[in-house]
Design a protein around this ligand. Structure first.
Ligand SMILES: [Zn+2]
Ligand SMILES: [Zn+2]
Length: 233
């Protein structure tokens, strides 16, 4: 089947440049996709999920200094290699079909029991430009796989802010402040445990700001699940 597919739509794996041999993971080849495995032994901060330097055991210095609003962020892998290529293809080249296999990767994480899943929202302007919210697509898989309700319209981003990737660390920490709102917080959120889903995380300031407004709206606990975390914040 994939041979026929490749004859009609020849594509190369963005990671190894060989011809794609899989419909399921296209344009990635099976070998490169199978390298994308969650390594539970990677030493990460138990709160924010950043890769820890060798002399740290549990938490990074940032989380030791000040606990974030969220309980913990679960990270699938580092933002590099095939994982980075796959996320960027989904997000910037709009290869939407990758959201399913990428969503399945998130489902491999040892997630805590939660009552509701919320994707990190995009502003209306950004949503119109991109045509979809990648975090919403990823959340679908998690919601299906674990039978947890997905509520994509409760947490909103009323205005656009500068992309975090273009800012210095100091500005990345400040930038998402006030960017999110909770609309009609009702029984869906009150005293519930919430999982906020995003594709890439740098400082964690975005999920932390989501957690802040969610806790203020009556949520009991906020956790995060992200596909990839940058190695330094
Ligand atoms: Zn490959
Ligand atoms: Zn940390």
């Amino acid at each position: 089947m994939w041979k026929l597919f490749n004859l009609i739509f020849p594509s190369r794996c963005p990671s190894c440049d060989r011809l794609t041999d899989s419909l399921k993971y296209a344009p990635f080849c099976i070998d490169c996709w199978q390298l994308l495995t969650h390594n539970p032994d990677t030493k990460r901060c138990r709160t924010c999920g950043i890769a820890l330097p060798p002399d740290y055991d549990f938490k990074c210095i940032t989380c030791i200094k000040e606990s974030p609003h969220y309980r913990k962020i679960y990270v699938f892998g580092d933002y590099e290699g095939a994982l980075k290529a796959a996320i960027n293809l989904l997000k910037f080249e709009k290869v939407r079909r990758l959201s399913r296999p990428l969503g399945r990767l998130l489902s491999c994480l040892p997630l805590p029991p939660v009552d509701v899943i919320l994707p990190v929202p995009l502003s209306k302007e950004r949503l119109i430009l991109r045509g979809f919210n990648q975090s919403h697509l990823l959340s679908h898989s998690l919601s299906r796989n674990f039978s947890i309700p997905l509520e994509p319209n409760i947490l909103i981003k009323p205005r656009d802010i500068q992309p975090q990737s273009l800012l210095s660390r100091a500005n990345r920490l400040k930038n998402p402040k006030g960017a999110f709102s909770v609309i009609s917080p009702g029984s869906e959120l009150l005293h519930r445990r919430v999982l906020v889903v995003d594709d890439v995380m740098t400082t964690g300031a975005t999920i932390n700001e989501c957690a802040r407004v969610l806790l203020r709206a009556g949520v009991r606990e906020v956790y995060g699940a992200v596909l990839a975390r940058t190695k330094s914040d």
